[in-house]
Design a protein around this ligand. Structure first.
Ligand SMILES: Cc1cc2nc3c(=O)[nH]c(=O)nc-3n(C[C@H](O)[C@H](O)[C@H](O)COP(=O)(O)OP(=O)(O)OC[C@H]3O[C@@H](n4cnc5c(N)ncnc54)[C@H](O)[C@@H]3O)c2cc1C
Length: 382
């Protein structure tokens, strides 16, 4: 019997949902992937289509235009893309944005933005990182200055996922530079027609070729004071911290799905490739490597499943979420490296899934808080 990586939380309803997701991916995402990789973005039409099918904001309550499901529905979407090596659309960042609004936004903010995010009319991005500050977010320099009933934003952000297509950007900025962390807030910026807002380059990355990771520039961008997330200045860091378990579990979900996808692709490959008169699959080294990969992947699946269940139950703590981000992303890089090796030279060719996955995997140890920062966070709980 083949190894079963099925998530422990999968049920009939989620399987039906997964079939809808995979039909969308196979018929609308995969055929455009090569072109999206060349363009550096997937385009707005795909986002709107995902919205029409109810695939965006699936764990946001229906009252706010979402799907009314829970994180397992989100996980199904991320899983189905990651196992196929599709990384252009980042519905996870989109969903993180929706959750900041859901968890911290005012009634008016939720009403105004959540339904449009769910429909894919607005693509969401969160802009924390700056050229001079990433891990140490207290060092950000972007300023949001209160002038009467407006805030005026000045600064620049970099490495922003969904940045090129974003219609709604949550901008982390200093509202009171003298107050340190307590002087940081999150501003909601609708980008269309926003004077002084400029998207820089879609950044040239070693992987995630279809993902529109971009620089963003704010030059006297003026937003009404009611665009302060939650309506109270100085809450930015607390808001960022409270949503971390959600973001880190996503990285674990993506990692284990990519490991499963790479394992399956490699199994198929070594069975069909021959060397020295027999399938590569028959060498003891190949069998042992694949046995190790399957074992690590199953362990990863088990840990990720537990985190998903705890996240849904609202009991996932920050240290455990940091562990899943740390461990799963490290294992993803190791496993996919082995899968490349088992493909020989073809594993280095971009037309092969494992080659693209190899380049895509590397950033998992960097974004969402680097793995060194994960160790810092975990060590605080020792
Ligand atoms: C593809 C991609 C997508 C991204 N998407 C987004 C996004 O949507 N929004 C966003 O805001 N940001 C995004 N980022 C930015 C990402 O979160 C940062 O790159 C990351 O947090 C690290 O920050 P940095 O690049 O400034 O590195 P630095 O903070 O300068 O770190 C450099 C090195 O120093 C180490 N280091 C730093 N502090 C410590 C410490 N205390 N102890 C030990 N080691 C330490 C780091 O681990 C790293 O190895 C993205 C990045 C990439 C590459």
């Amino acid at each position: 019997m083949p190894i079963d990586f099925r998530p422990a939380w999968m049920n009939g309803e989620l399987e039906t949902y997964r079939d809808t997701v995979s039909r969308f991916i196979e018929s609308e995402m995969l055929p455009d992937d090569e072109a999206a990789r060349a363009r550096g973005h997937v385009g707005h039409a795909l986002w709107r289509r995902a919205g029409e099918l109810g695939l965006l904001c699936s764990d946001i309550p229906e009252a706010w235009g979402g799907g009314g499901g829970d994180f397992r529905h989100e996980a199904v979407f991320y899983d189905q893309m990651a196992r196929r090596g599709l990384t252009g659309m980042s519905p996870s960042v989109h969903s993180i944005v929706a959750h900041y609004l859901l968890n911290h936004g005012t009634e008016a903010q939720k009403r105004s933005y959540l339904p449009r995010l769910a429909r894919g009319e607005l693509v969401g991005a969160i802009a924390m990182t700056e050229p001079g500050a990433g891990s140490d977010l207290q060092g950000i320099r972007t300023r949001a200055e209160r002038r009467g009933d407006h805030y005026v934003i000045n600064g620049s952000k970099t490495f922003i996922s969904n940045g090129f297509l974003a219609g709604l950007v949550l901008v982390v900025a200093k509202t009171d530079p003298a107050q340190g962390a307590r002087g940081t807030s999150i501003l909601i910026v609708e980008t269309e027609g926003a004077a002084g807002y400029r998207v820089g380059r879609v950044l040239d990355k070693i992987g995630l070729k279809a993902q529109d990771t971009s620089e963003l520039f704010f030059d006297d961008v003026t937003v009404p004071a009611e665009n302060l997330l939650g309506g109270e200045a100085g809450r930015g860091f607390a808001q960022l911290m409270s949503d971390l378990p959600y973001e880190r579990t996503i990285i674990g979900v993506l990692a284990v799905a990519a490991m499963e996808g790479a394992y399956e692709a490699t199994l198929d490959y070594v069975r069909s490739r021959t060397a020295f008169g027999r399938p590569v699959a028959e060498f003891q080294n190949t069998k042992f490597r694949l046995a190790e990969i399957a074992t690590v992947t199953k362990v990863g699946r088990t840990f990720v499943d537990r985190c998903v269940a705890e996240l849904v139950a609202g009991t996932l703590d920050t240290a455990t979420a940091s562990m899943v981000k740390l461990w799963a992303s490290e294992q993803q890089c190791k496993v996919i490296d082995e899968c490349v090796q088992l493909h020989g030279g073809y594993g280095y060719m971009n037309e092969y899934l494992v080659a693209r996955m190899y380049a895509d995997a590397r950033v998992q140890r960097i974004y969402g808080g680097t793995n060194e920062i994960m160790k810092e966070v975990i060590s605080r709980a020792l």
